[in-house]
Write a protein that binds this ligand. Sequence first.
Ligand SMILES: *Cc1c(COP(=O)(O)O)cnc(C)c1O
Length: 717
Amino acid sequence: MITQQTRIPYLPPRIEGLASIALNLWWSWSREARALFQSIDVALWHRTRHNPLELLCRVDPARIAACASDSDFLQRYDDVMQRMEHEADHGDTWFARNYPDLNGRPVAYFCAEFGLHNSVPIYSGGLGVLAGDHCKAASDLGVPMVGVGLFYRKGYFDQRLTPEGWQEDSDEEYDVSSTPLVPVSGPQRQPWLTTVETSGRPVHVRAWQMMVGRVPIYLLDTNLEANHPDDRGLMNKLYAGGPELRIRQEWILGVGGVRVLRAMGVDPGVWHANEGHAAFMMIERLRELVASGSSYEEAVHQVRAQSIFTTHTPVAAGHDAFPADQLEACTGPVWEEMGIDRQTLLGLGAHPALPGQFHMTVVAMRLSARVNGVSRRHGQVTRNLWRDLWPNRPWEAVPVTHVTNGVHLATWMASPIMALLDEHLGPDWGERLEEAAFWDRVLTLDHAKLWEAHIKQKRALANFIREDARRRFARQLKEASQVVGAGTLLDPLAFTIGFARRFATYKRANLIFREIDRLRRLLVDPWRPVQIIFAGKAHPADNPGKEVLQSVYQFTRDPEFEGRVAFLEDYDMHLAHLLVQGVDLWLNLPRVPLEASGTSGMKAGLNGVPQLSTLDGWWQEGYDGLSGWAISPAGEGADADAADAEDFYRLLEEQVVPLYYTRNASGVPLGWVEKMRHALRLAGSRFTARRMMREYVQEYYAPAIGGEASGDDPPTA
Ligand SMILES: *Cc1c(COP(=O)(O)O)cnc(C)c1O
């Protein structure tokens, strides 16, 4: 039972559908719906960081009344309503046309975080945003999918920096009524849908539904009066607290997730664990099968055949492993219900090099017939990393494949670029994204027009930075130099580099500061100035990451850099949009080979923003010499940091900056725009979530639903 309860005040009947538009995140990737909300009150739209529910709650009633009798507004409203209704129709989609026999049973997609929009702060970074883009692409293509995640009442933390640049993490509850989350209650109107036994007592679990176009996502929540006080706060925060809390969150996600789907009558044909956090979902399905009469061996066979596991990082901290007694304390003797002994259960998560640990990635690998990494390079790295589990195979033959990540075009491409494509390619270009040759046509985009669209985005970023700094200056900043650090001295016309992502140490945000004098000469050149904008959060428990952040922050306040280095606080999807759309060059410096894929550079590419990166993750397969620059791999035994920094300076000095400042008589940098056209073609033709989703369907989902054997053996060690 789904009960809509928002605090949207009265809407005139003629436009009351605005509420239903605001309650489906589909609006966030519909240009027309976004423009409609923006036209209600531009200033409020920006102030709410593009949150239509808040906008509708706070807008002046007189303004809403005026909209209801404005013929231009009504025409656009009717158009958006019609588009949304069309979206609700599942009949004529790519999936329905290509897989008419498979249209019954959905794909259950489990993930510990989802990044759909900044108004729903239940994501921390790339993994969540990727999961969000995955669901949006499933909706666009009509792939029957149901998402399962956790409802974090306090979300991920808000970032504030002290004047010394130390990150402080606040944890305020956000206002659920400003999100499109709708509670789902049980059949007898009880507020929960199921219970899960953990730490020796039952925990009631409820769900919130979030609609993402055609795809519902159910977010599990234990904050119910019926629960023990300790259990009510289980889902307070994402990736916070120690391993005892973490394992219990994951247990609820896996076991509770399966049971919530059952309670709602959803019968998935495929189960996709996006990262090892969700692996308990496989344990619960084993338990179910054994309880309904299967032998344990049959149950393993069936669970494997229907499971897909995607691993997202070669960095050890990204893989959870729990001591055996911690597992037992959380789950109780669950093996008894699975028809096995304790040792067999522990064996599912055993890695030969980590005795006594229950390893979530290992469980997922054992219980999924189809396992993949997220770029070609990461596929190789993953086969090598987990080769001990298949001691009888050479590492190259470890049964792990890859699907390279992609990003959701309609979410990440700026409207002026889309308008340009409408004009140049014809209004149906959105339907022809798969035709690679079609994208060649962006190579003939008019230089001046593409440049003009880019400059518009660059100006939008500059405006945002100034207004955000003004707001922080009034409320929070303690020292005037912090206002400089927030980017107020940036020059709206100077060459601008963007670097924004989580501050994990392997991402090396501080690499460019290795030779300070050389960097300063580049930045403060009076004829060809260069500026750099940083943003990103360090994990609250990652002190080395916070130290890197602090060392970068110091330079924002150093007069020697003349205000040309900025750090924008509180990186979220809203800021991510403005940055990937509004800087001139996207910079990525991961230590090879630790970046599994990386996606922010793809988002930049969709906006014609070229990338400069080490040859890792997606760039290792995407770099073509035309659409950006690559830092070549350091030689065997060389100091990779020194070599990569040297390459960075050299590329900037000799190629990047001169190309940017070489202008024609009308001020357009023709050579630079050439790079922009290629960046757009590369991202559009090969790195969209649409391409990614089609691969998942063709190579994984459809064969698994159809019961095709994968032919791959489980780990033997
Ligand atoms: C895309 C995105 C990321 C991932 O960035 P990478 O450079 O791939 O690490 C992280 N955070 C947010 C908010 C994003 O939008």
